[in-house]
Design a protein around this ligand. Structure first.
Ligand SMILES: CSC[C@@H](O)[C@@H](O)C(=O)COP(=O)(O)O
Ligand SMILES: [Zn+2]
Length: 454
């Protein structure tokens, strides 16, 4: 095998001059005024050659799994060196247009931490093309920079492509209640895993900014799907990236198969998908999975024949508004609200409902229920015990009408006094106006919080 040669080049578009000679002891990278000297010995040390061998081995495995066939897909890892912070570690990338299962360590590129090619593979005779670093290099550098990753895998696995085609309008893949979700960094079994979907472009490099935007919008994500193309997956180390890639592919495959069975992977119960006037929705979770599609697909609705029923949480308004604003507001204001409206018919009805709920809770042994004293002990003591019960119910996220009704009244006061200001997704007002103009009926389908109108 011919030795690797050093060469000039950059994958990040900055000016660069690399001065190398095959016998020299160091490689000098001059970009603008900064000059970096890199020992040739360091570029050829064991850690670098281990990283090159690792990529060759991973590509053979990924080829066998159908992730990198037809030269598609690509892999990059950082050169592991305990003494160097991850952001300063050298980077190894696979070559472009190369049959992945036939790659050897000498075919790899070595890049500086900021994306300058420090070492290129030697040319090979016809019918090989002149060597070129992977077209994914810019994307890989972006992921390294934004996510402090240790490795990135770009897969063309069929499941990662098909899962983006089930609904061409969806901008997210969502799945929940699958054991393999635990394999994704920061997720547990019952979490909802959300993977952003970006649109494909003619050239791989043009995906760089859309991927960066998706990473900014989904800080928890460790993968981005590219519609009709494949997926980018990263992790702290090559082991983490590989493990997650296996889990992601499993979950994409599961979602496709569940869909074929008419089942919805984004609903906790994985119940039947409901068909809504020409496009698929899901039984219990239509709005979350399909919010993007729903707000864009009104041309499929026939005026006056149907009504769009909108959920609030995650559909019209971000879930974070409910969890971070509305719930804390109700918690903070329950005592104040009860004290201010204690004598009103509405609040007395709320209190009666709570009394009867708490009575049931006692009988059924629900923990956290605090006895409510009779009225004659005085308003203050009654309110104190009501507040304790409401706090306990909210901590356990109880879905009982007694709680929801009281919360609704507290939020109504908050909206009326402008202490609360509603938030809706950007596309909601425009969609509602369009539906109104087209005669399409719509309704906010809030059953448990009737007064929480945004
Ligand atoms: C089947 S060719 C696919 C390529 O155009 C690209 O999508 C890809 O993933 C691999 O790019 P490469 O430059 O060969 O590393
Ligand atoms: Zn690709």
């Amino acid at each position: 095998m011919e030795p690797s040669s050093s060469s000039s080049g950059s994958v990040n578009g900055s000016s660069l001059m690399v001065m190398t000679e095959s016998h020299s002891q160091s490689i000098v990278v001059q970009k603008d005024k900064a000059v970096t000297s890199m020992s040739r010995a360091y570029l050829e040390n064991k850690a670098v050659s281990d990283a090159k061998s690792l990529i060759a081995e991973l590509c053979r495995q990924f080829y066998a799994m159908g992730w990198v066939s037809g030269t598609g897909g690509s892999v990059t890892v950082k050169v592991h060196d305990d003494s160097v912070p991850r952001l300063d570690q050298l980077i190894v990338m696979s070559p472009s247009g190369f049959q992945k299962e036939r790659m050897v360590p000498e075919d790899m590129y070595v890049l500086s931490p900021d994306g300058f090619i420090l070492s290129s593979p030697a040319s090979k005779p016809y019918p090989y093309k002149p060597p070129k670093c992977t077209d994914c290099a810019l994307l890989f550098m972006k992921v390294y920079g934004m996510c402090n990753a240790g490795a990135v895998i770009h897969s063309h696995g069929m499941e990662s492509c098909l899962v983006t085609m089930i609904n061409p309008f969806l901008k997210e893949f969502r799945i929940t209640h699958m054991e393999m979700i635990k394999g994704i960094q920061g997720h547990s079994y019952s979490d909802e895993l959300v993977v952003p979907i970006i649109e494909n472009t003619s050239h791989e490099g043009e995906l760089t900014e859309p991927i960066a935007e998706a990473i900014r919008a989904y800080p928890k994500a460790t993968a981005v799907l590219v519609r009709n193309h494949g997926v980018y997956i990263w992790g702290d180390s090559w082991i983490s990236a590989k493990t997650q890639a296996e889990c992601y592919h499993y979950l994409f495959d599961a979602a496709i198969k569940l869909h074929q069975l008419g089942l919805d992977c984004s609903a906790p119960c994985h119940g039947p998908i409901g068909k809504v006037n020409g496009f698929w929705g899901s039984g219990g979770n239509f709005s979350r999975s399909f919010r993007t599609a729903a707000f864009g697909l009104d041309y499929m609705m026939e005026p006056s024949q149907h009504c769009i029923l909108l959920d609030n949480e995650g559909t019209a308004t971000p879930t974070s508004f409910i969890t971070d604003v509305l719930f804390p507001y109700a918690l903070d204001n329950v005592g104040k609200h009860l004290a201010a409206t204690y004598g009103s018919k509405e609040t007395q009805e709320d209190i009666n409902l709570l009394r009867s709920q708490i009575q049931d809770d006692f009988e059924q042994g629900v923990s956290g229920a605090v006895p409510i004293p009779p009225d004659y002990v005085g308003k203050e003591l009654v309110i104190a015990s009501l507040v304790a019960n409401v706090e306990s119910m909210m901590r356990s996220d109880r879905k009982v009408i007694a709680l929801k009704q009281l919360q609704g009244h507290i939020w109504r006061t908050g909206f009326q006094s402008n202490e609360l200001v509603g938030v809706v997704f950007d596309d909601v007002p425009e969609a509602l106006e369009r539906w109104d103009a087209s005669g399409i009926k719509w309704q906010q389908g809030i059953t448990t919080t009737p007064f929480c109108q945004i």
